[in-house]
Design a protein around this ligand. Structure first.
Ligand SMILES: CC(=O)N[C@H]1[C@@H](OP(=O)(O)OP(=O)(O)OC[C@H]2O[C@@H](n3ccc(=O)[nH]c3=O)[C@H](O)[C@@H]2O)O[C@H](CO)[C@@H](O)[C@@H]1O
Ligand SMILES: C=C(OP(=O)(O)O)C(=O)O
Length: 428
């Protein structure tokens, strides 16, 4: 397993362009199964999760090439509604294929994506949404078979604004007969991006970005070329990294509106932020101020995916901060690792009480999931001494070569890949 080795204590500085959004690209790739033809998707980051999605699509009979940050996908010869269990289990986002495969083939065979380090992550809302459109669902062990001779538009009221369920129902409804309305829909920017992509192929969807999405079913979709939005969580990661190292960075290819809750939080901590067009500048010179209370909630509130990252900044703040996690029950795994670096954090149920310390110290720590891992990297950049982050494959799910991105901003960070005889070699 790869490791990242970080020599901390150097302020980040420089200019960098943000990669396309993982959480937009994954449903967009899955949605491509709704068209019979070739689509070209730009700004698709090179990530483990994207690789798994492309491998699943190839297994279903598609041709897929990922050259630079462009994916060319030909779905013409797709023939199978069966997602293999081994690939299904490699990534939770494989569940996005349910809606599109059901719409295309009249059936889909998948497996429970299973629990995950950050929580149980049920899929009941995905399944009841598809049932409302006329699907019958049979579950046997981990296997889920979903069938519908014909999907028919319906009113679906989500009991919680689940991002994935909203997307799956949207995708299934595109080719259904009649109108589907999703109420209490999730409002994340990635859902708007999915709407824009589907509409570019000829779908008739309005309302994404609000809590009511209406889909008028169409007969078929046609090929298109589409560019994925910038990744707001990678944007946020670099904003926090600049703040925690008291650095100065310029981020290009961002959408400042998509990180407005983070901008608000960082300004309260005393970090200087300016946004102009698609550029965000972050400047931090002083010790951050503590923030009385931050609560993670669905968009447009503060995102759970940035909770661990902002917590790193708060470990260095002057005073006590409280971070409450309301979306995933297992998303404080970074706390133990940060404590090993000198952070003073107490967890009580879903709240973390963070007493700021003057500095963190380098240590060997383990990434337990994607954003917990990214947070440990940021902690390592800010810490005094050397930090080794293990289990880097979690981080590779969502960041395109994080060590190269951070090196371009002056960070001292290298990746080590173990060789069979246990000697580690640096590779960048
Ligand atoms: C690929 C992708 O876009 N991932 C994002 C997506 O995940 P994902 O789509 O899995 O997140 P959801 O919004 O569905 O999940 C939020 C909460 O709803 C619960 N739930 C969800 C579905 C369901 O059928 N039943 C149920 O109980 C989950 O267990 C969780 O507690 O949104 C999350 C919340 O913003 C982000 O952290 C993830 O980065
Ligand atoms: C939780 C995340 O992703 P996923 O839903 O793919 O696990 C994330 O991007 O932080």
């Amino acid at each position: 397993m790869d490791k990242l080795v970080i020599e901390g204590g150097k302020p980040l500085s420089g200019t960098i362009a943000i990669q396309g959004a993982k959480n937009a690209a994954l449903p967009i790739l899955a949605a491509s199964m709704l068209v019979c033809g070739t689509v070209t998707i730009d700004s698709v980051p090179k990530l483990l999760d994207i690789e798994v999605m492309l491998n699943i699509l190839r297994e279903l009979g598609c041709k897929a090439d990922h050259i630079g940050d462009t994916v060319v996908l030909d779905t013409t010869l797709a023939h199978s509604p069966h997602v293999p269990e081994t690939l299904m289990r490699q990534m939770r986002s494989s569940i996005f294929l349910m809606g599109p495969l059901l719409a295309r083939f009249g059936e889909v065979h998948v497996y429970q994506p299973g629990g995950c380090a950050i929580g149980e992550r049920k899929i009941d809302l995905h399944l009841t949404g598809l049932q409302a459109l006329g699907a019958t669902i049979t579950e046997s062990g981990n296997r889920i078979i979903c069938k519908a001779d014909k999907l028919i538009g319906a009113d679906v009221n989500l009991s919680f604004p689940s991002v994935g369920a909203t997307e799956n129902i949207m995708m299934a409804a595109v080719l259904a007969e009649g109108r589907t309305t999703i109420s209490n829909a999730a409002r994340e920017p990635e859902i708007q991006d999915l709407q824009n992509y589907l509409n570019a192929m000829g779908a008739r969807i309005i309302g994404a970005g609000t809590d009511t999405i209406t889909i008028e079913g169409v007969e078929s979709l046609s090929s298109c070329r589409y560019k994925v939005i910038p990744d707001r969580i990678v944007t946020g990661t670099l904003m926090v990294a600049a703040a925690a190292t008291r650095g100065h960075v310029v981020l290009q290819n961002t959408n400042p509106a998509h990180v407005s809750s983070l901008i608000h939080v960082l300004r309260r901590a005393g970090v200087q932020i300016t946004a102009d067009g698609d550029i965000i500048k972050v400047n931090s010179v002083a010790r951050p101020k503590a923030i009385e209370r931050i609560v993670t909630s669905p968009y447009p509130a503060f995102p759970t995916d940035l909770q661990s990252l902002v917590m790193v900044l708060l470990t260095l703040a002057d005073g006590v901060s409280i971070m409450k996690e309301t979306i995933f029950e297992g998303r404080f795994k970074h706390v133990g690792e940060l404590s090993r670096m000198g952070a003073d954090i107490r967890v009580d149920m879903n709240a973390a009480f963070i007493r700021g310390v003057p500095r963190l110290y380098g240590a060997t720590v383990e990434a337990t999931d994607l954003r917990a891992g990214a947070a440990l990297v940021v902690a390592g950049l800010a810490a005094q001494g050397r930090t080794i982050v293990e289990q880097v494959h979690h981080i590779d799910r969502g960041y395109d070569q994080i060590e190269q991105m951070l090196s371009r901003l002056g960070a001292r960070i290298s990746r080590y890949t173990p060789v069979p005889d246990d000697r580690a070699v640096p590779n960048g």
